[in-house]
Write a protein that binds this ligand. Structure first.
Ligand SMILES: [Cu+2]
Length: 108
């Protein structure tokens, strides 16, 4: 497990926060106006990603062969990351909606 993680704060300012090495976190990604924000997050295997859909239409977070989460309008959905590795995901309904999860291998 990594000892630091990036969290995007208001205005896109990146803060580096120390985190307990073995504690899973919940990372939130907001979907608003057909875009994932932040579009890139650092996560660890075991972390939960929670998508919060502020739009009036359904979206998905889809990484082919890895996960496919539907997020209903004005609702949220979450997923526990199973393994390390970089992941690109997109919305099946709006394929130009794209985002990225960076999951470092243990020890990085
Ligand atoms: Cu969408």
């Amino acid at each position: 497990m990594r000892s630091t993680r990036c969290v995007l704060a208001l205005g896109g300012v990146a803060l580096i926060l120390a985190a307990p090495p073995s504690q899973a976190a919940t990372l939130q990604v907001t979907i608003e106006k057909l875009s994932f924000e932040p579009a890139e997050i650092n996560a660890a295997a075991g972390d939960t990603i929670q998508w919060i859909n502020k739009d009036a239409m359904a979206h998905t977070a889809t990484a082919d062969g890895v996960f496919d989460v539907v997020i209903q309008p004005h609702n949220s959905a979450s997923l526990v990351l199973k393994s390390a590795g970089a992941l690109n995901y997109y919305c099946r309904f709006h394929p130009n909606m794209r985002a990225h999860i960076i999951v470092p291998a243990a020890g990085q």
